[in-house]
Design a protein around this ligand. Structure first.
Ligand code: NAD
Length: 262
């Protein structure tokens, strides 16, 4: 028996990082998985990898830009023939290279970041709820990816990104209250910095930039995407039936640290 047997799951941002690892783990736990991303080329490579790792599982792909509502609507509708959505992992997000502090962050960077990271999550929540109702679901789970920067301040400023993730936390908490009596659970995932392209491309070979962040981890290392995926499977499954409106922090102790080991 898989922990997600019979569940139809959408994963956005599934072409790499947390999204890809989660799609694979969902399928390994018995779910039918729709992998979605804006990047068609990477999505097809990710789909092939997932299918190879979990032969026989129902895994498909659907290209969508989460910041464009009709594309999200079509993505969710693609699961109508499967019996409707049970789980959506609204995980797609960006951290812009030119993000900065209140002065250096440009309006274009601000707007693009909010459009993808906040509006994209809102559209995913909205169309998932419409689908849950349409298919008369009595239980369903929405997981939205925020970040530890929604909880702790970062002196390496990325103000547009931080504000967007704070919005994800607040929105998720409120939707959790609104839909609790319908059986639709909403929770946020708060990852710490990870070994995924989103951060690693940003850090590149800059050892000083890297050390500035690693020093805050009691473990002395960044997290791995699979460590986030394990939490997402729990939130997607019925094992978390009484976990509602929470901020699930998967950070290797980073937000609990004062002085870390030398
Ligand atoms: P990633 O860059 O590996 O994956 C993000 C995916 O989102 C990419 O495949 C990208 O193509 C996709 N995407 C970007 N814009 C999109 C759009 N408009 N529509 C659909 N897809 C889009 O990064 P990741 O680390 O796996 O990040 C996943 C989530 O985790 C993001 O929301 C990110 O903000 C969050 N997060 C990451 C870290 C980290 O250190 N990597 C830490 C905290 C939170």
């Amino acid at each position: 028996m898989g922990r997600l047997d019979g569940k139809n799951c959408i994963v956005t941002g599934a072409a790499g990082g947390i999204g890809l690892e989660t799609a694979i783990l969902f399928a390994q736990n018995g779910a039918s998985v729709m992998m979605s991303d804006v990047n068609t080329g990477q999505l097809e490579i990710a789909l092939a990898k997932a299918k190879k790792l979990v032969p026989g599982a129902r895994i498909e792909s659907h290209q969508a830009d989460v910041s464009v509502e009709p594309e999200v609507e079509n993505l969710v509708a693609a699961l109508d023939s499967w019996g409707g959505v049970d789980v959506i992992f609204n995980n797609a997000g960006i951290m812009h290279m030119d993000d900065g502090d209140a002065i250096s962050c440009t309006e274009d960077v601000w707007d693009l970041t909010q459009k993808i990271n906040v509006k994209g999550v809102w559209y995913g929540c909205k169309h998932a709820v419409l689908s849950f109702r349409k298919h008369n679901k009595k239980k369903a789970s929405v997981i939205n990816t925020a970040s530890v920067v929604a909880l702790v301040g970062s002196a390496t400023a990325q103000v547009a990104y931080t504000a967007s993730k704070g919005a994800v936390l607040a929105m998720t908490r409120e939707l959790a209250m609104v839909h609790a009596r319908e059986g639709f659970r909403f929770n946020s995932l708060c990852p710490a910095p990870l070994n995924t392209p989103l951060l690693q491309n940003f850090l590149g070979d800059d050892q000083a930039k890297r050390h500035r962040r690693e020093i805050h981890f009691p473990t002395g290392r960044f997290g791995e995407a699979i460590e986030q995926a394990q939490m997402v499977v729990f939130l997607a499954s019925d094992e978390s039936s009484f976990v509602i409106g929470q901020e699930m922090i998967v950070d290797g102790g980073m937000t609990r640290a004062y002085v870390t080991p030398e």
